[in-house]
Design a protein. Sequence first.
Length: 276
Amino acid sequence: MRLDLPDASLVYEDCGDTGGGEPLVFLHGSLCADWLTPMARELTGFRCVVIHRAGYGRSEDRTSGGAGVPAQAAHCAAVLERCGIPRVHLVGHSAGADVALHLAHDRPELVASLVLLEPALPRAAGEPASAAMPNAIAAARAGAWEAAFDAFLTWVCGPGVRGLLADRLGQEGLTAAVGTSRHFFTRESTAFADWDFGAPQFSAVRAPVLLVVGGGGDRLGTPHRARAASIAAHLPHAETVVVDGLTHAMPLEDPVRMAAVVRGFVARHPLTGSAG
């Protein structure tokens, strides 16, 4: 399905139990439109809406500088309106988690709960430093897209990330992820860097929140545990779970396990009786 908006043309899949299952909306991370697709397939009994964010998969980003977090939250709200869904559980991964968080701030009436898998932002004070992102950006500026892709994803997901993408999504899926890395490095990373979300914004988020962190990130030196802890400090009602052995690629590494995490949290926060 496709929804045309002034600043984007969005492709989304509305599937699962559309007749009575509680709605889950999936907002994927950067570089790949299908980070969450295998996990969504495991969540039987729910109505699952999988959105390709602007610039990824078959969706188009029609802006001049890249759609930022507020714009993409508005995109999600527009998809919900098209689908006739008044209230949802949001599942966001990495940059998609930031979009989910912003939507919970801007449109609290739409959001029954939030499952945030290693939000990309905001950054945390004292988080581990790494040269991986600067090296990736430098490679991208030189037009070395494969090197940029490898530098960034190997840092956050480990050295086997290419094989993982190919195993879960096929060679075409891996090729598509490398291709859309251009959008991330040249447009989205800059647009997301302008996102301002601090204490006043966090205080307006009332929906139940589950922060999910991959235990394998400690081995890789990623900043996501520190960033999740910083977010949790602003959201005293949030819960945090660490999934041992998994990395930032957790929804592809073990989609069955991650679906169970989502299912368990959502079951405790059903739409009935959840008014925000």
